[in-house]
Design a protein around this ligand. Structure first.
Ligand SMILES: Cc1cc2nc3c(=O)[nH]c(=O)nc-3n(C[C@H](O)[C@H](O)[C@H](O)COP(=O)(O)OP(=O)(O)OC[C@H]3O[C@@H](n4cnc5c(N)ncnc54)[C@H](O)[C@@H]3O)c2cc1C
Length: 394
């Protein structure tokens, strides 16, 4: 089949249901649903994507746009590398911004540096490239003022996308493919074998994928409860960048290291945790991951904190937001950051495991990333889904 090449930047609103039956119906136009649509379209399947809103507004547009590859471990590491290849393929086809910009982990203590050195031992010097304090300060635009930085590591395999545009660009590109229909503004009320029930009528498909992120509990409350899915709320801001901060690498700090298995599994991982408990208990109280990424327009996304519950309450805690901004400003060696926007991110979280992939009825599968790494894994998950279905039909 032929793939139409174009690089539109906004989805064209259309709420017309397809008249016929599709090979695949996907519920949800976040990055997980769209990555599956992309992989299906590439394989020549007819695809219908149904999204309740008029553009992507879920977790997929509220995040850092950091495909956090190297910090994964085991099966997730393999899936993340697969996903990386998928993102680059999607970028080539659709024109969406994806940059092999890597990530820079800033170390400000000997324990942080020890974790990075141990990871380099495990993964090799090409994958974890140690940096001196001067190099890290230079990369951050701090010039000769390295402050309390002791060194760091550059992780070249990490990938950056623009979260504001990746899902909309992908959806817009998909919607002009001859074998794909994207239906906006259409809520799905229920799913059964072969049929998706929407507020506008039924949509039929041979296979159905339900990719609704944290809203899985709306359609499948029992499955969500069995997997222990909660909503994780995150505090985010977009700020003006200090002039000299130019890198597109994601910037990670000690609290970021505490969130990823690749770092915590290192021999110095426990020492790092004890150290952060000692000097920054307030960051652990809000389950912070102090990190930031630069958007192509030069502004910077800063976050984040994590608060868990079945309902995402709407109220944002200003001291938490300020703590995150002050912590990022300190890494950048600047007095303060000028906030341009604030928002709350929400994603699916579970103590039972990082993924929910479950068959709900014959030909109906639910897929939710329940660990806050859906940007990292989306295309890998999609590739795995289609590998499996090819194996099943072989
Ligand atoms: C602040 C923040 C920072 C993050 N940082 C990172 C990061 O740096 N790296 C990383 O890998 N991940 C990160 N994540 C996680 C990542 O954003 C998510 O895991 C990922 O976007 C989930 O994608 P999704 O498509 O499953 O969900 P979503 O993007 O939420 O999409 C689900 C879609 O389903 C639609 N939908 C829901 N119910 C229905 C229905 N009944 N009918 C029709 N449509 C429906 C919704 O409207 C929505 O568009 C972050 C998340 C947040 C919030």
């Amino acid at each position: 089949m032929s793939i139409t090449t174009a690089s539109p930047s906004t989805p064209s609103p259309a709420a017309e249901l397809p008249s016929g039956r599709s090979d695949l119906v996907i519920v949800g136009a976040g990055v997980v649903g769209l990555a599956h649509a992309f992989e299906a379209a590439r394989r020549g399947l007819t695809v219908t994507v149904i999204e309740r809103d008029w553009q992507p507004v879920g977790a997929s547009v509220r995040n850092f746009g950091h495909c956090c590859i190297t910090a994964q471990r085991g099966d997730l590491l393999e899936l993340a590398y697969r996903s990386r290849a998928g993102w680059l393929e999607a970028a080539k086809s659709s024109g969406l911004w994806a940059k092999e910009a890597g990530a820079l982990v800033v170390a400000r203590s000997e324990a942080e540096l020890a974790v990075l050195e141990e990871l380099r031992e495990e993964r090799g010097a090409d994958t974890v490239r140690l940096r001196t304090r001067e190099e890290v300060a230079g990369e951050l635009g701090r010039g000769a003022d390295a402050g309390d930085i002791v060194g760091g590591a550059f992780l070249p395999d990490d990938l950056r996308v623009n979260p504001r545009e990746a899902a909309p660009d992908l959806a817009a590109w998909l919607s002009i493919q001859p074998n794909v229909t994207v239906v906006w503004g259409t809520n799905v009320n229920g799913v059964e074998e072969g049929t998706v029930h929407t507020g506008r009528g039924p949509v039929h498909g041979d296979r159905i994928l339900v990719c609704v992120g944290h809203d899985l509990d709306r359609l499948y409350p029992t499955a969500a409860e069995e997997h222990g899915i909660e909503r994780c709320r995150l505090t985010m801001a977009r700020v003006a960048a200090p002039d000299a901060f130019r890198t597109d690498a994601a910037i990670l700090t000690a609290t970021s290291m505490l969130r990823y298995d690749a770092f915590t599994a290192m021999p110095s991982g426990p020492r790092l945790r004890e150290e952060v408990i000692g000097h920054s208990p307030e960051l652990l109280d809000v389950v912070a991951n102090v990190m930031f990424t630069r958007l192509p327009d030069g502004t910077v996304l800063v976050g984040d904190s994590h608060a868990y519950g079945r309902t995402a309450i709407p109220f944002e805690d200003e001291p938490t937001a300020q703590l995150l901004l002050d912590s990022a400003a300190k890494v950048l060696g600047t007095g303060g950051l000028q906030v341009k926007e604030r928002w709350q991110g929400v994603y699916a979280s579970s103590g039972s495991g990082p993924l929910l992939v479950r068959d709900m009825a014959p030909g109906v599968r639910a897929i939710s990333v329940t660990s806050g790494i859906g940007m990292t894994l989306s295309f890998g998950l999609a590739a795995a889904t289609f590998d499996e279905s090819l194996a099943a039909t072989a």
